[in-house]
Design a binder for this molecule. Sequence first.
Ligand SMILES: Cc1ncc(COP(=O)(O)O)c(C=O)c1O
Length: 367
Amino acid sequence: MVKTRAIIDEFDTYVPGKSKKEISEKYGVPENEILKLGSNENPWGPAPGVKEAILNAIPEMNRYPESNHEYLKEKIAEYAGVNKNQVIVTGDGADELLDILAKTLIDPGDEFIVHPPTYMYYSFTFKQYNAKAVYAKWNVKENKLDVQSVLDNITDKTKVIFLCTPNNPTGGLIPQEDIIKIIESTDALVVIDEAYWEFSEVNNVNLLDKYDNVFIIRTFSKVMGLAGLRIGYGLSNPELLEKISRIKPVFSLTVPSQKAVLATLADKEFIKESTKKSIAEREYLYESVNAIDNLHIYKSKSNYLLIDVRNSGFTAKELTSKLMEKGIIVRDCTSFYGLDEYYIRISVETHPKNEKFIKILKEIVGN
Ligand SMILES: Cc1ncc(COP(=O)(O)O)c(C=O)c1O
């Protein structure tokens, strides 16, 4: 057997949300009848212009994609309200940003701070580079960051601090004054993950001109409806971005992805409407689940909501599997570090599907 790195030998495989195909095969529900409330996607699909843009790109597919992304950066900068030299674009979604940040910043033994429960891919990626995870705390009950727990854990080995706002999976926001407190307490890079910022209608872009240790993570997978194409972008200071671009995969952003970004950003109405519909459906789901006595749902500023199911008599795993038998995919949060086995996360679907989900959920939990 070929000898792999020790860190890989002890690695746990990442657990993503379930796909329609998996559920269809396991429970015999036709794929087109499955409701997917598990992966925080845009259920209304991509912008209408994306299809044509990709079809028009087919004749170029024998050529390598453009790798400097000059025009793309210009358009993203306009959307984000920054300068073009403050933008970097990636081709495996925002997850690629995490990988290139680790590659750029981490020497073995360096530390990074995360606030569980939060997005698991930070630790998944940084541990691969022999970085040590240091755990601050997200107060689940109050759905807010325990800022002091971050400040208390900063050492001279801290290289990166991850702040997820809105936080996945809890949906709570980190107020900007708390973010500033952290930025001003460290030379480490403060990574503010704004993958879902559109649904909260607030962001932290104004911090970029004031602080050079800030990196904002964004994605085209959520409100932009392009999760399947895997496009992310980062916003930070030009000096850091220049260094990162030295080691970044050169051609990871494919020709269709580049065309899809431009078609999406050109359709302001699509972005506005997707945001509006997601917020409306989030509030519908909140009100509907909140009316069920034996479930506790948390207020959210994103396109997903966390539910504590312990009073239903089911664990998250049991409830998730009951729902899957009916063709409904939700996220069992048992694998989220920092949560016990009684939480599920649901993300918005279209209205008729959300209604159907609520009806079936009530039948299962007996309310
Ligand atoms: C908080 C957060 N950040 C980043 C990502 C990565 O997004 P992507 O790699 O699809 O761009 C996700 C995906 O679910 C997420 O939840």
